[in-house]
Design a protein around this ligand. Structure first.
Ligand code: NDP
Length: 249
């Protein structure tokens, strides 16, 4: 990491940074020079590995246990980030869950959990971050290509939550533009993670639809986030960056 790194001197919080896409984002933002806090819920060991990897590469990192579905925990995580890293310049709302099923069968508790993690968690983290964010700040949501193209059945509630994030993204850009804070969403297409492995059941359905003929890798989503977090993206706000290998092309 050099002083020419685009995020030198910046601090970032990545929700759900213990595994998969969130872990790749945390490592990439750290490689670009940011001090990075991650939250996790059920994987303390994996969160520790992400922190250790960032530190081994010469970066600064912090892991915070905070269920994205628990508003108090999310607020506390933002507060801890500000207190321990000295501020928050970049928030990446990555934590998300998918509990799929036919709409007539989905349990109301599962619906409420998805709303809590994928929507309320995004709102609370954003609100608390903005209260602490200066001009030049970046809010980056991880949405989903499903909000544009619902490629398979059983994901109606998941898609509902990602559609909510899409609306929040656009309207928030209006609120925060005058403060010098940009708001954007990266929409991953099928990406090889624990949630959606490239040899899993979803891949059998969506794989043939990938224009580039393969799943995405978490590092490729992280690259899109890194661009939106960088000074080069200062004029981009309210945008959705599709990172889907042409799945929705
Ligand atoms: P994974 O399930 O592979 O990883 C999820 C990460 O989020 C883990 O680090 C997990 O941490 C964390 N997390 C889950 N629930 C919570 C919670 N309640 N509180 C805090 N952290 C939580 O998911 P992906 O990496 O695949 O997905 C990341 C994001 O990308 C999600 O928003 C997802 O909707 C989106 N996405 C993914 C796509 C894909 O094909 N993979 C496609 C489109 C969008 P822990 O284990 O510690 O709980």
């Amino acid at each position: 990491m050099s002083n020419n790194s685009p995020l030198t001197g910046k601090t970032a919080l990545v929700t759900g940074g213990s595994r998969s896409i969130g872990a790749a984002i945390a490592k990439r933002l750290a490689a670009d020079g940011a001090a990075v806090a991650i939250t996790y819920n059920g994987s303390p060991d994996k969160a520790g590995e992400v922190v250790a990897a960032i530190e081994a590469a010469g970066g600064r990192a912090l892991a915070i246990q905070a269920d994205a579905g628990n508003a108090d925990a999310v607020r506390a995580a933002v507060g801890q980030t500000v207190a321990q890293l000295g501020g928050i310049d970049i928030l990446v709302n990555n934590a998300g869950i998918a509990i799929n099923g036919p709409v007539e069968e989905i349990a109301f508790a599962d619906y409420e959990r998805m709303i809590a993690v994928n929507v309320t968690g995004v709102f609370v983290a954003t609100q608390e971050a903005v209260r602490n964010m200066k001009a030049g700040g970046r809010i980056i949501h991880i949405g989903s290509s499903m909000a544009r193209y619902a490629a398979f059945p059983t994901a109606s509630v998941y898609t509902l939550t990602k559609g909510a994030v899409a609306g929040f993204n656009r309207s928030l850009a209006r609120d925060l533009g005058p403060k010098g804070i940009t708001v954007n969403t990266v929409l991953p297409g099928p990406t090889n993670t624990d949630m959606n492995p490239k040899d899993g059941p979803v891949a059998a359905i969506v794989g043939p639809g990938m224009a580039i003929g393969r799943y995405g890798e978490p590092e490729e989503i992280a690259a899109a986030v890194a661009f939106l977090a960088s000074p080069d993206a200062a004029f981009i706000t309210g945008a959705e960056l599709m990172a889907d290998g042409g799945f929705t092309a």
